[in-house]
Design a protein around this ligand. Sequence first.
Ligand code: FES
Length: 119
Amino acid sequence: MVGRVEQLANPGDFLTGSVLRTSYVVVRGSDGSLRAFHNVCRHHASPVACGAGRAESFVCPYHGWTYSLEGKLTKATRLKDIEDFKAKDHGLVPIRTQTCVVSRRREGIVAEPDRGRSP
Ligand code: FES
């Protein structure tokens, strides 16, 4: 279990951590859905989120690549030498998640990194 559902009650609420040596970010999307991603920028692999809090997007601290709460790459810089770049192919890599009942009033979030799919 990586967190509790009530920690991510509002759109943009997120938390980070690692499991099985995989760094993750779990976020409540604009549509209210919970999603988890590898916490790795698709440009040069910097973490895009740190700790926990609320965000409107995830902005990589190195070169500013920006990802929506749904993991889509919405802004990319330093692309001069990259031919045929398609932003839709470079979103955050998703991690399968599900919720589980922890107690009568609490639900947990389970993230299941796929060992075969890494950023
Ligand atoms: S490493 Fe993330 S934008 Fe360059």
